[in-house]
Design a protein around this ligand. Structure first.
Ligand code: ADP
Ligand code: MG
Length: 443
């Protein structure tokens, strides 16, 4: 009985998730999942492998929990469980489980193919390629450095994917994890296990190594780890936000080790590279955006690819909400409030706030918007609120239904479709929605 209802609830949830995430995302991560068990607010989702479990856990947990909550009407905690139905990615009798866990650490989008090169990063890119082709031989260590958001982690993951494909045993950690791991090993007197884990791999990758700077014992430990791996011709790849000589407090002998191989530095990309990156990212999302709009976005941000991508996402969302083509003018509008505001600290827009804003814009009361009235103006306001909750806040259909006074999901879906269609036909409605959107963005 419980299994039966878990299955049904999950079917419904998948139906809602399918329209909330991109097609590619759904196919890759959600399609092969199943509802296994539901009891006491805990929902177990079956997934084909640990890779997918880790991805969903990290990136989609809150969306999934929100969706399940909308359906079941109570708070739900979700658990991802490998259901063993799918093939084992390591193959029968494959290597120890550690390798599988490491696989999960590499972001599927961070590949060498999707890394756009230009004069600012070509050295690091070629070095990454050489390291994969001749591990332990080409450059050892490879030290990649550059400012935040310039693609260091991306390159490291790209190396990781290819190294795993060559069946190398790879260990990937951040400087912080390495430190924590070491401290824990000391505390629990497990240093032997620690040694084994770090000194028997074909390739050790440490992201953001600057973190360990000044932590004398960890540096010492890394120094010995480094020597042993290097002596055995095992590949070491590290990244840092600055070159070895600028990491203050990094013990001299460790610093000189880092300079033994190749120090490849990544600079901020020039305009042409930024444009090419935007084209790649837009294509990855299946979005077709006019070249002049991408040029506009590329002009706004020079120092950080992560922020460049953030702006692209914002323009895409804005265009989608308005059902409009992304032109430079639209991009300017989507990005204009960012200039004088801290980019990542905007206020959270709640459904309730959205309902209030829409009601005010239509000069009706929020109570009427949520209530039974069905005159033309009230109905339109209600539908616009529904549409924006769906498109701008990614609320689930059932959650939206509750926010507008307990309407059922099919009414909600109908309202979304109706407004989407009307936006194409009515300049009045388009301006109204644009005004509301702007009001919310600047609140
Ligand atoms: P870092 O580790 O240097 O702070 P990341 O590797 O996390 O930066 O990169 C931030 C974002 O920018 C990622 O989404 C990454 O895919 C993207 N990115 C950076 N450089 C490039 C590039 N040359 N080509 C494609 N994407 C890039
Ligand atoms: Mg990084």
């Amino acid at each position: 009985m419980e299994a039966e209802s878990a299955r049904q609830i999950w079917e419904t949830a998948l139906g809602e998730l399918e329209i909330q995430v991109s097609k590619h995302n759904f196919q890759t991560w959600l399609k092969k999942t199943s509802g296994i068990h539901y009891q006491d607010g805990q929902f177990t989702v079956g997934v084909p492998n640990t890779f997918i479990a880790e991805y969903l856990d990290r990136n989609q947990r809150s969306l999934i929990e929100k969706t399940l909550m909308g359906i079941s009407g109570r708070s739900v905690r979700v658990l991802f469980q490998v259901d063993g139905a799918g093939p084992d990615p390591a193959g029968p009798g494959g290597p120890e489980p550690r390798l599988k866990i490491n696989t999960a650490l590499f972001n599927a989008n961070y590949t060498l193919d999707s890394f756009v090169t230009g004069s600012s990063n070509r050295l690091a890119y070629s070095a990454a390629l050489s390291v994969v082709e001749n591990p332990g031989q080409a450059y050892n260590p490879l030290f990649i450095c550059g400012g935040a958001g310039l693609g260091k982690t991306h390159l490291l993951h790209a190396i990781g994917h290819l190294a795993l494909a060559k069946h190398l045993e790879v260990h990937y950690v951040s400087g912080e994890q390495f430190t924590n791991d070491f401290v824990l090993a000391l505390k629990e007197r497990q240093t032997e296990g620690f040694r084994h884990k770090y000194r028997n791999v074909d390739m050790l990758m440490i992201d953001d190594i600057h973190f360990i700077s000044g932590k004398a014992q960890t540096e010492e430990c890394l120094f010995h780890t480094f020597n042993e791996l290097h002596n055995k011709n095992r590949q070491i790849v590290v990244t840092s936000d600055r070159p070895p000589k600028s990491i203050s407090r990094l013990a001299e002998r460790l610093r000189s080790r880092f300079e033994w191989g190749l120090v490849a530095d990544i600079q901020p990309p020039d305009f042409a590279t930024r444009l090419a990156i935007l084209q790649t990212k837009a294509r990855q999302r299946g979005e077709d955006i006019a070249a002049d709009a991408l040029e506009f976005i590329a002009q706004q941000i020079q120092q950080n690819v992560r922020e460049l991508e953030g702006n692209l996402n914002r323009v895409i969302a804005y265009a989608r909400i308005l059902r409009a083509q992304a032109t430079p003018a639209l991009a300017a509008k989507a990005l204009e409030n960012l200039a004088d505001k801290a980019p990542h600290h905007g206020t959270t827009i709640t459904p309730a706030l959205l309902v209030d804003t829409v009601a005010r814009s239509f000069e009706i009361s929020p109570t009427d918007l949520r209530g039974p009235k069905r005159d033309k103006e009230t109905a339109l306001a209600r539908q616009v609120a529904i549409y924006l909750m769906y498109e701008a806040l990614s609320c689930s259909l059932s959650q939206i239904g509750k926010e507008v006074g307990g309407r059922n999901p099919s009414t909600v879906r109908h309202a979304c479709e109706k407004i989407a269609a009307e936006l194409n036909a009515s300049p009045y409605l388009k301006r109204k929605v644009s005004d509301i959107q702007e009001h919310i963005l600047s609140s």
